[in-house]
Design a protein. Structure first.
Length: 212
């Protein structure tokens, strides 16, 4: 089963906080639950805008790292966040806001979503920031594991359906219903081969001296 793709949407001014959060999520990639991506993973010579769009559109979970700088960024807010919410509303991905710093986000499109850390208390206001990151990691794990389980269920259902599906030859060669009455032609798709016992009886009967 492929891991759930996770996209980090953040302001570069919050990069240090993103780097502090990432190690607290490191067990999930090790366990094969998620694969994380952010724009610092774009390789040299790659079209950065296309790389961001591709990963944003394929991610199963999109983390919005919220701060004043995030809300003030046209790229973060108008492009990444709005596209993330479109995919969330369409049921294609799950958006999770992570509140990094104090800021008024009450009227933002993502304000209706469950945010982390606990009670949406900004990370920078915690007396122990590691405690905030652990709280985020615990909440995020639940979301990631539930999405991974749902993906496994869909894959299992698809494989089960494939096993009980009609043979390819029948599906690729549709046939018309035949009128009832008389014998069924040997080349008819409705012809059922006789049980082996009848064939063996016939082979015995046709032998010279057979007793009926």
């Amino acid at each position: 089963m492929a891991p759930v793709e996770v996209f980090f949407s953040y302001s570069h001014r919050d990069e240090k906080l993103r780097d502090k959060l990432a190690p607290h999520l490191s067990m999930l990639p090790r366990e094969g639950v998620i694969s994380a991506w952010h724009d610092r993973k774009i390789g040299a010579g790659t079209e950065w805008a296309k790389a961001i769009d591709d990963n944003l559109n394929s991610a199963g979970i999109i983390l919005l790292l919220i701060s004043a700088d995030f809300l003030a960024s046209d790229y973060c807010y108008d492009l990444e966040m709005k596209r993330a919410m479109e995919r969330h509303e369409a049921g294609e991905a799950r958006v999770i806001p992570i509140i990094l710093k104090p800021v008024d986000w009450s009227s933002a499109p993502f304000s209706k979503l469950q945010a982390f850390p606990k009670d949406a208390k900004p990370v920078t206001t915690w007396s122990n920031r590691d405690g905030a990151f652990v709280d985020i990691a615990n909440g995020f794990r639940g979301a990631a594991e539930s999405m991974a389980a749902a993906a496994r269920d869909r894959q299992l259902a698809a494989s089960t359906a494939a096993e009980v599906s009609l043979p390819t030859a029948v599906l690729s060669h549709p046939f018309e219903l035949e009128e009832g009455g008389g014998q069924v032609p040997l080349d008819s798709p409705f012809y059922m081969e006789r049980p082996p016992i009848e064939k063996r009886c016939y082979e015995v009967i046709v032998k010279p001296g057979a007793l009926i």
